[in-house]
Design a protein. Structure first.
Lengths: 141, 141
DNA sequence: ATTTCTGCAAATGCTTTGCATTGCA
DNA sequence: TGCAATGCAAAGCATTTGCAGAAAT
């Protein structure tokens, strides 16, 4: 795993403590946090950091391709440092977002689906998202 | 195709001109409009209708299962009277949302995918959404 | 030295809410 | 008649914006 500082530098964006911190949070977790969660996580160690900076930072990191945005339909966006396309499951009771790992290959890595959809729709495709909705094991009772 | 009035009545919700009008708009189009688009479409024939009523109406229609919500990641939600699960393509330039028809069967109607994901994640699944992102034929130049 | 980023506060804009009135059942 | 829905205006809230000061290259 590459050093965070180096990864930012390769993307030709200024390396600041705030950017390293936000990216570090996303790399350490599998929880797909939203902006508020990232902000709360960083508050203890970076008391001066503002929420606006977190918004701007995730936007930059997403634009340079270091992270991806998820939209499970809550309103706000979630962020994921795992940029390889993979499906997600959303628990409609507790709001948790989990990865679905097993099927990344079948659906996304075989590009026949992508190609077929391009042919059918005429779109020039660049990304795909697959979301499942339901109740997580803890919320099923 | 069933009469709109009857469909609302079957869902045990009050049948009002506004609800019939909103549902009619969604049944007539394949554009997956958002609240503002529905409102603009209805304004000429229903000058007194308020935006808040459109918000409340799509919420009710969605809850009783007459329409589905789409979240392509724009911020707001889109609505679709086609409730059978099917993938969508979003044009990142002009914002258009199209249906992907050919693959509804392969991916969604065969429930092996659903079952596999349930087994892997332990979630009790109730819905799925598949979104493709790219440029539509008109925006490719 | 220059350019870009940060942090604050204010502004924006979509969505929701409260409530009096209207209208469906 | 009684309960629910509408329409208006106000409130709410997440996100964005502007800008002066700070920091990175």
């Amino acid at each position: 795993m590459q050093a965070i500082e180096e990864m930012l530098r390769e993307k030709r964006i200024k390396v600041t403590p705030q950017r390293m911190a936000v990216y570090a949070v996303l790399r350490e977790t599998r929880r797909h946090p939203n902006v508020e969660m990232i902000y709360q996580k960083l508050k203890p160690s970076y008391p001066a950091m503002s929420l606006a900076t977190v918004y701007k930072t995730v936007d930059v990191l997403n634009k340079v391709g270091l992270i991806q945005e998820l939209n499970v339909g809550e309103g706000g966006l979630r962020y994921d440092a795992m940029i390889k396309p993979h499906p997600h499951v959303y628990c409609q009771k507790c709001g948790k977002v989990d990865d679905v790992e097993q099927f990344s290959m079948d659906i996304f890595h075989d590009d026949s689906l992508f190609k077929q959809v391009q042919n059918e729709t005429g779109y020039d495709l660049s990304a795909v998202q697959l979301y499942f909705y339901g109740r997580c094991p803890e919320c099923r009772e």
